[in-house]
Design a protein around this ligand. Structure first.
Ligand SMILES: [Zn+2]
Length: 113
């Protein structure tokens, strides 16, 4: 184990990183979410559907070549907790991490081409 990893493990004994949605302590290899919450992310997969609820919202208002939402929103749900964490607690690192997750999911389908 490298010194940096050893130091991080020691610090996490007293200040464990917690899941941003359920508050449970994270284990090694988890970022921001515990595995259970990560698997429960309410993904829309709208990037695979050209005419979806997101593009419908803009229909007739502005020209839209493509549109999609990453997660479904539900009051009190995971997505609301994520938005609150990013927007009201200024957790920019979580916002960047969500962008990484989105890119990993959407790049293979060619959404950004
Ligand atoms: Zn969790």
């Amino acid at each position: 184990m490298q010194l940096k990893n050893l130091l991080q493990a020691f610090v996490s004994l007293f200040y464990p990183k917690l899941c941003v949605t359920c508050g449970e302590p994270l284990v090694a290899g988890e970022n921001y979410f515990c595995l259970e919450c990560f698997l429960k992310l309410p993904k829309t997969n709208y990037h695979l559907i050209p005419d979806n609820r997101t593009t419908d919202r803009f229909a007739g208002k502005i020209p839209v070549a493509k549109g999609a939402s990453y997660l479904y929103y539900s009051k009190g749900g995971l997505s609301q907790k994520l938005i609150a964490e990013i927007k009201y607690r200024d957790n920019r690192n979580l916002g960047e991490w969500m962008g990484v997750l989105l890119a990993k999911d959407w790049l293979p389908g060619g959404f950004f081409h």
